[in-house]
Write a protein that binds this ligand. Structure first.
Ligand code: NAD
Length: 350
């Protein structure tokens, strides 16, 4: 398995492999960039088909965090941790304590938090070992706690911006949104959309998560294999990445793609495939920054929820600027987001 010549390596500053015999923890921490500050990004626990898949995921997610944090104007670089889930090493306080020691050993160049498969409770065990952690239980009205409701708020505001641009709609009332994955972010997003009058089509491979949403609000449930191609105005990918590909894009009916999942595009060329079909794509790391905005406020201390909300309100403004430039220049929205991120990182380096 190549590392320095890996297709997703993209000049990562450092890569760290951890193996803790006592707990069975096997984890990778990828530090893409510390140019704008310590590398910040969540920890994902996932059952990967191979170690190579875990490495690829860590590299892609970590680079995405560099760009996300830059565009959100946070004092963070980008990094990510992945835990290779294993039946022999189930979730436990000891497993996350071992992760905490791994994070501590990096001396503050990486700050961790929750991502897929990891909870606020897990982060409390990490905190026993290191101060370089955020997404801890909220205290009073201070920023903190589970970042996913904040991610959902940002995605909701981003959907409003995108439907205004592409469908000339001023509200979600009456529009249909297909939500792929109704976990932490997707579930919250469904409630926000329902409250705003949207109709929902949903799918999830996890029956418990599906039931939690479908028993609370009216939704049409479709099979996981159908959700990307549902008859909807908006497709909101809120599960895992690599869903927008040369194979799936020709079959998508939605005119807007705006969701929380990281790395939705399989390759940058898929952004052009979407544009060719006149599908407006809200770049994932721009629209899904609400959670890391909350994490940043919490980590740097003494912020209120209102300050988090005010910063998340800038997400639709950033998307509007990208959509307008895409329409004027003919460049794709993902290209323009990458260009903006690189410009901000270069300016920060100077
Ligand atoms: P989660 O694990 O709580 O939810 C993901 C859901 O997707 C689960 O219910 C899972 O069963 C479902 N799923 C997985 N594969 C699926 C498939 N093929 N079809 C349908 N459903 C499927 O994770 P989350 O925290 O809600 O994050 C969702 C996505 O958003 C991830 O890509 C994550 O990296 C990204 N994201 C999350 C945050 C956050 O604050 N949690 C912030 C930014 C980005």
């Amino acid at each position: 398995m190549g590392v320095f010549d890996h297709a997703e390596f993209d000049a990562h500053e450092s890569l760290h492999f951890f193996n803790d015999a006592a707990t069975g923890l096997r984890a990778i921490i990828a530090v893409h960039s510390t140019t704008l500050g310590p590398a910040a990004g969540g920890c994902r626990r996932w059952s990967y088909a191979s170690d190579a898949d875990a490495l690829t995921d860590a590299l892609r997610l970590s680079r995405g965090m560099t760009y996300k944090n830059a565009v959100a104007e946070l004092p963070f670089g980008g990094g990510k941790a992945v835990i290779l889930a294993d039946d022999a090493a189930p979730k436990s306080s000891a497993l996350f304590a071992a992760l905490g020691r791994a994070v501590a050993s990096l001396g503050g160049c990486y700050i961790t938090a929750e991502d897929v498969g990891v909870s606020v409770e897990d982060m409390r065990h990490v905190q026993q070992q290191t101060q370089f952690v955020s997404g801890l239980p909220q205290r009073g009205n201070n920023a903190g706690g589970d970042p996913s409701p904040w991610t959902a708020v940002g995605v909701f505001l981003g959907i409003q911006a995108a439907i205004k641009t592409r469908l000339d709609k001023n509200s979600c009332d009456g529009i249909t949104v297909a939500v792929q994955g109704v976990g932490h972010v997707g579930g919250h997003l469904c409630h926000l959309l329902h409250d705003a009058g949207a109709k929902l089509v949903v799918a999830d491979v996890n029956r418990e998560n599906l039931n939690a949403v479908s028993s609370a609000i009216p939704v049409e449930v479709v099979a996981p294999g159908e959700i990307l191609f549902a008859a909807a105005d908006v497709l909101a990918p809120c599960a895992l990445g690599n869903v927008l590909t040369a194979a799936t894009i020709p079959l998508i009916k939605a005119k807007v793609i705006a969701g929380a999942a990281n790395n939705q595009l399989s390759t940058a060329a898929d952004g052009a495939r979407l544009a060719d079909r006149d599908i407006l794509y809200a770049p994932d790391y721009v629209i899904n920054a609400g959670g890391i905005i909350s994490i940043s406020h919490e980590y740097h201390g003494s912020s209120s929820e209102n300050e988090v909300r005010a910063d998340i309100a800038k997400i639709p403004e950033r998307l509007d600027a990208i959509f307008a430039e895409a329409s004027e220049s003919g460049h794709t929205t993902n290209e323009l987001a990458d260009k903006l991120a690189r410009r901000l990182i270069t300016a920060g380096r100077k």
